[in-house]
Design a protein around this ligand. Sequence first.
Ligand code: HEC
Length: 243
Amino acid sequence: MGKMERFSFIALVAGIIFFLFADFISWALPMFVLKDIPKKSVQDLAAEAIAKNTSAWSDFKKIARYYPEQFKKYYGEPNEESFAKALKVGHRWYVAEGCWNCHSQMVRPVSNETLRFGIPGVSNTVSYPSEYQNELQAPVLWGTKRIGQDLIREAAVHNIDWHVAHLYDPKTTSPGTVMPGYPWFFEKDENGNIVPNERGIGILTYIMWLGSWEVKPPKDFRITGTATAKNSSGAEEFAKATE
Ligand code: HEC
């Protein structure tokens, strides 16, 4: 056996061992890390949001005020039960409509993602395991592609009005966007206004919930300017608005 042949044999064996080790680590490590983190039900999440009075809970009450007729019809009063129901409905439609085909839900510690998908100074942490230990992340919605932005810190980015306009027809807020409109999240009220229906209220609640556990915002923290496809993460607008 020549010297080179011996070397390539060692390299091959080492390669196989490293491969098996990596494989082992990738399931064994999460198992130990996640062991002590309790998995929360939707009910737990709703109760926690209310107890901590997060932005998701105040946004839910805002939706009830903005669209009283539809809210009453589909969800009754804003309380823990209706909040949990709206989160479930929103999550179901997020999955069913394949939003995860275009949006991820994970901020990684690379490529300035905390700047791109969080709001500097308000919500600038990378994702961490306990964020995913709940019923709304089983299966996880990390996604595989980012045709649109990451949404795990979305609570801090836009207000309800913006989302309503954007979901009905994304081109009104984001000229040139490839995101399709979802008119079936809406219906007409008795005055002929287009208002969110059961699905719409659910998806709005779900979007406003994403990342709300992480955000302790000052009042009126959201970006009010019109987002464009080029600059829709809003970081620049936020920076300008707070100068
Ligand atoms: C074909 C790909 C595609 C699909 C499917 C899609 N989106 Fe989007 N989405 C985009 C793109 C591109 C943008 C950025 C431009 C814009 O604002 O529309 C975006 C932007 C957004 C934003 C604003 C993000 C921000 O921080 O400015 C939200 C919220 C959003 N999408 C939610 C959804 C939801 C909810 C669904 C499913 C009902 C969905 N998207 C489906 C491509 C998609």
